[in-house]
Design a protein around this ligand. Structure first.
Ligand SMILES: [Zn+2]
Length: 265
């Protein structure tokens, strides 16, 4: 049933129309999700109906698989990705065996932001960290739509600042904060974007994401497990106490989340 019919008696009301637009967009995108996970790309869902309708023929739903590499450094970016219920990590490679996550893109954003900034190739790797679906758009279409200087352009500008905040906060976090607090932050960010309390995660992968040795990851995960905040068995992490995890995390999580929520609202 239409939201407006339940909340307003007016025959025509701009507030209700906005609610209806949001509802129809959300329902359309929900059909693209998998595994019953109720997540949509929030950047696209924030667009007004007319802009979203214009973009729709240019968007293709794709399934992303854990470990899939979408770009390598230097690759020409042919497509950008708006995750629905998947997560894409932006990875900076230090050597063939050493790399570090510098940013995380989930349902709040878009992978391939360099295209919007006028750069054709990627400076980082883009690795699927959480399986799920995403809306894919060609880089040419992104340029065309951004050049209209409408809400799509405005939102990508705001998202650029949001991602910059996340990346700069991660740099501070990696340098100054304890591994267990960083692990708590990373798990909360993953939980927000995947919409799941339980997800596969190997120590090797986590070690690379956080830029610490496996022993350090094992010790930090053990501390969170002892506090009954998570369960970690056979490569699967389960979040048992989200509030406790928030209390354990460094303040970087709250800073980045507040910036993300602000830009989407
Ligand atoms: Zn931190």
């Amino acid at each position: 049933m239409c939201v407006a019919a339940q909340t307003c008696d007016a025959a025509y009301c701009l507030v209700c129309c906005a609610l209806c637009v949001q509802e129809s967009i959300t329902l359309t995108l929900l059909n693209s999700s998998t595994n019953g996970k109720s997540s949509v790309n929030r950047l696209l869902a924030t667009l007004p109906k007319n802009e979203y309708k214009r973009l729709l023929p240019k968007l293709t739903t794709v399934s992303l698989v854990l470990g899939e590499e979408l770009y390598e450094p230097g690759d020409v970016i042919k497509y950008v990705y708006f995750p629905n219920d998947s997560i894409i990590s932006l990875i900076s490679e230090l050597s063939e065996t050493s790399w570090l996550e510098v940013g995380m893109v989930g349902n709040e954003g878009m992978a391939g932001l360099a295209v919007f900034m006028g750069v054709a190739s990627s400076s980082t790797s883009a690795l699927v960290q959480g399986s799920g679906t995403a809306m894919r758009m060609s880089s040419a279409s992104v340029r065309t739509e951004a050049n209209r200087l409408g809400n799509f352009h405005r939102l990508l500008h705001r998202y650029s600042h949001s991602l910059l905040t996340q990346i700069s906060q991660s740099a501070v976090c990696n340098r100054f904060h304890l591994v267990d607090a960083r692990l708590a932050r990373w798990l909360l960010m993953t939980n927000d974007r995947l919409g799941l309390e339980e997800f596969p995660l190997t120590q090797e992968f986590l070690s690379s994401m956080l830029g610490v040795r496996r022993e350090g990851v094992s010790k930090a995960a053990g501390a969170l497990q002892s506090g009954k905040l998570i369960r970690y068995t056979r490569g699967v992490i389960t979040i048992l106490n989200r509030r406790g995890l928030e209390a354990k995390s460094c303040h970087c999580y709250a800073i980045v989340k507040a910036e993300t929520d602000a830009y989407l609202n």
